[in-house]
Design a protein around this ligand. Structure first.
Ligand code: B12
Length: 229
């Protein structure tokens, strides 16, 4: 994996979309979405280290982001949205806090939800709370995922969780992003908020939900243990 990350990072920094796609195509487990999303995540994180050490510039970082976004969109189309999936009938919306620009993570998580048969709306970076609230009231998602990467954005998280969990259909609030892997975000969330550290935890959560729906015969109706509202 380490060598793969180094190679993929190089392609991202060169803006070399074709080599990125060829490399994904060569991966023995290219249809295992977790492997591919892990490669994208680790490569972008590695670029963060290079940037911190002044080995790459802000321009390099922007090019890598745009390349990664393109590759992710292509992958999502080829291996997720163009394939027939068993739909769960559930809806989820994903957004970043106001002024939060780090949206690639939410795009990956939104794609994973789609892989698991959810209908998804992805609002990308920087969605002010008032617009998130209006959208949630109109669209009535079962779940709202919020992403946070920058420390000084954290205080806003509390407002988002409080306001969005109060909307009439009581969506499950899910929080993740770079900071959830580093700190305990409970104090910024409600007691029912699902806080997940990384994509592996998200996948486990989604699998548990699918298995529950099947094993107790109430497909698509998860129990309160997971859907905590
Ligand atoms: C690319 C990048 C940018 C891009 C943003 C690209 C984009 N559109 O997403 C640009 C250039 C815009 C940018 C800007 C800045 N950045 Co920046 N950036 C990064 C970098 C290198 C990669 C981010 C990334 O794409 N990671 C890959 C994704 C896939 O990982 P992820 O976001 O963690 O998501 C995963 C999980 O967290 C989880 N997840 C994510 N969201 C959600 C949501 C839910 C609901 C769930 C359950 C899970 C979940 O699943 C994802 C998939 O695995 C990081 C380094 C790093 N370690 O992440 C720095 C980094 C985050 N940035 C940093 C900084 C400082 C900044 C700036 C302040 C720089 C500046 N001075 O301008 C600005 C702030 C902009 C802002 N207001 O938000 C710092 C933050 C440090 C800190 N103490 O807070 C980092 C860590 C770099 C560093 N090493 O110092 N940045």
């Amino acid at each position: 994996m380490e060598a793969d990350v180094q190679r993929f990072t190089r392609y991202l920094l060169n803006g070399d979309e074709l080599s990125c796609e060829d490399m994904i195509g060569e991966l023995p487990e290219k249809e295992n979405v977790l492997n591919v999303f892990d490669l994208l995540t680790k490569s972008m994180q590695h670029i963060g280290e290079l940037w911190e050490n002044n080995e790459v510039s802000v321009a390099d970082e922007h090019l890598a982001t745009a390349t990664c976004d393109y590759v992710l969109s292509q992958y999502r189309y080829r291996f997720i949205t163009s394939k027939k999936r068993k739909e769960t009938g559930k809806k989820a919306m994903f957004l970043c806090l106001e002024e939060e620009q780090h949206y690639l993570g939410t795009k990956i998580i939104a794609s994973l939800f789609e892989y698991f048969g959810w209908e998804v709306r992805l609002f990308g970076a920087n969605l002010p709370l008032e617009y998130a609230e209006t959208q949630a009231k109109e669209w009535k998602p079962e779940l709202i995922g919020v992403s946070v990467a920058i420390l000084y954005h954290l205080p806003k998280l509390k407002d988002y969780v409080e306001t969005l969990s109060r909307i009439p259909n009581s969506p499950t609030m899910m929080v993740g992003g770079r900071l959830s892997g580093l700190y305990d975000l409970r104090q910024y969330c409600s007691k029912d908020t699902v806080i997940l550290k990384d994509i592996a935890e998200v996948k486990t959560w989604l699998e548990a939900l699918s298995n529950e729906g099947i094993s107790d015969g109430k497909r698509n109706q998860p129990s309160n243990s997971i859907f905590s509202n």
